[in-house]
Design a protein around this ligand. Structure first.
Ligand code: ZN
Ligand code: ZN
Length: 254
């Protein structure tokens, strides 16, 4: 069984044992891992990790939490990073109105600027969205963006369907094992061809590791839960989500 962890933050100090973490991922069948940047510094770290490990790929971007800290020239820095052969997407970018670490106005500006940059260089986006459905759809539609994934999906069926209609994928984390009815309803309602799986390591460990540090090997618990909800085999979930992820992030198969 082969899987891709489409979203992990492996640059934290808590991964001092990264070689062992990557070994366990390989043993679990995780063949590729996308390391996700949240500001310029972590984006650079993702690229360094991807240069060192063939199974790792990188994204670069400014997370909504960090939007107010983005330096004036941040778009130039990101554009330079995007030329790297192991950078597969711009992200994570988006809106988070649950925490509002940056004001909604700043979040929207930085989100839209990055959507436009991604469009101009024709690279997909990895989107983070929390309690921001209306503005999320508005910004995506305004930018004419059609190529991306909304990760750690936490909205309802209607938003999922609208995103899929635009051309986006929907990605799920270990939260699916927590027994949240709305998320389960979304998974049942949408086509498997629009689904991706991820850990969002080191956060959101699935049951039976809830509360502990997460790692890419645990993505199989996400696949198992989706298999149960869709009443198909876990091999099928692994296989189809791998195909979906490689369709979106085309560098994975180059
Ligand atoms: Zn996120
Ligand atoms: Zn993340």
């Amino acid at each position: 069984m082969k899987m891709i962890d489409s979203h992990a933050h492996l640059y934290y100090d808590s991964y001092r044992d990264l070689p062992e973490v990557l070994e366990r991922a390989e043993e679990a069948g995780v063949t590729q891992i996308i390391c996700i940047g949240t500001d310029l510094q972590s984006s650079e770290k993702c690229i360094e990790l991807a240069e060192k490990h063939p199974q790792l790929f990188a994204t670069v971007g400014i997370h909504p939490h960090e939007a107010k800290m983005a330096p004036v020239q941040y778009l130039n820095f990101l554009e330079n990073f995007l030329h790297h052969p192991k950078v597969v997407a711009l992200g994570e970018i988006g809106l988070d109105y649950h925490y509002n670490h940056s004001s909604p106005d700043i979040q929207k500006r930085v989100f839209r600027e990055q959507l436009e940059l991604a469009n101009s260089v024709e690279i997909p986006v990895v989107i983070h969205s929390r309690k921001s459905d209306d503005d999320l759809l508005y910004c995506i539609r305004k930018s004419n963006s059609k190529n991306g994934v909304v990760h750690c999906f936490s909205s309802g069926v209607e938003t999922a369907k609208q995103l899929i209609e635009i051309g986006f994928y929907i990605s799920f984390t270990g939260i699916v094992t927590f027994g949240n009815n709305e998320t389960e309803e979304v998974i049942r309602a949408i086509d498997i061809n629009s689904i991706m799986i991820e850990t969002d390591s080191p956060y959101l460990s699935p049951i039976p590791f809830r509360g502990k540090r997460n790692e890419p090997a645990f993505v199989k618990y996400v696949a198992e839960k989706i298999a149960e909800l869709k009443d198909i085999s876990v091999e099928e979930v692994a296989n189809l989500t791998t195909i979906n992820t490689q369709k979106l992030f085309t560098q994975l198969t180059n």
